[in-house]
Design a protein around this ligand. Sequence first.
Ligand code: MTE
Length: 318
Amino acid sequence: MLFRIAQSDTPASSEITPRSTYADRRRLMLTGALAAPWLAGLPARTHAAGAAKLAGRASPLSTTEKPTSYKDATSYNNFFEFGTEKEDPARMASILKTRPWTVAVEGEVLKPRSFGIDDLLKLAPMEERVYRLRCVEGWSMVIPWVGYPLAELIRRVEPTGNAKYVEFITLADKAQMPGLWSSVLDWPYAEGLRLDEAMHPLTLLTLGIYGEVLPNQNGAPVRVVVPWKYGFKSGKSIVKIRFTENQPVSSWTRAAPHEYGFYSNVNPDVPHPRWSQATERRIGEDGFRQKKRKTLPFNGYGDQVSSLYAGMDLRKFF
Ligand code: MTE
């Protein structure tokens, strides 16, 4: 994100991780007692030993594209609470305790309440949705997510007429998340959607991938997935959902407002200030030097979501 390079394959010196972040990372590595060894070299779709199953009925909203291998999807992650390198979450997130877990829903709702993780697991029928996830850094994956529309939860808390936005606040616990000792972002990681975006049938409250409960590095025990937006809009390990009248400020916007706007819809025509968004590399398929795929507007979900932005200048509201 802030420190990534995508325009060329060779990092410019100005884009290399700053020394302070590097020093933070070294310090985190020294807390190696926290790290669990990742099982290297497993064949594609070999799942974590003992992971609980979480099946969902196949959804017509799924893409027919080939899913990324389980190994790639669970070992190449962004989850800065566990470090800024792609392999850090898989190595460090095993210490995250995902039970008990509650998600507090508050703000502009008639029925504020907390949902325990078991409440969330039985709130609505599980579906398997195979979605593309496109990261602003220029890579993408295709993942069979398991969950149900976030709208199912939203309807149960009855937003008031003042509710215009939904803010997602994720866990920030220094005892479990070594990345929080770094000041790379303001913690907790927070993201937001407009209420109609949050209610859109594609927006998934996600509890699993590949027929299993979410691995910790993928945002256990509960995250959102918003497939037409850059991946950073899909907050992991959510502990609070707040309905607001005013547009919330997300962690990335706070860190670099000119680089990360509120909407963050995948848009090949609006380059990030430091790199193009015209193409992408599919993890596990496209090599660094291989020809990249063209990025599609709204990550290919335009038929379903472009009407949400009718009349808006998406260069201004990036
Ligand atoms: N959620 C939290 N809490 N912390 C993070 O650092 N990174 C985001 C998003 N959600 C992030 C997060 C980014 S930048 C991306 S691209 C996606 O998670 C990556 O999801 P994945 O690792 O499951 O592919």
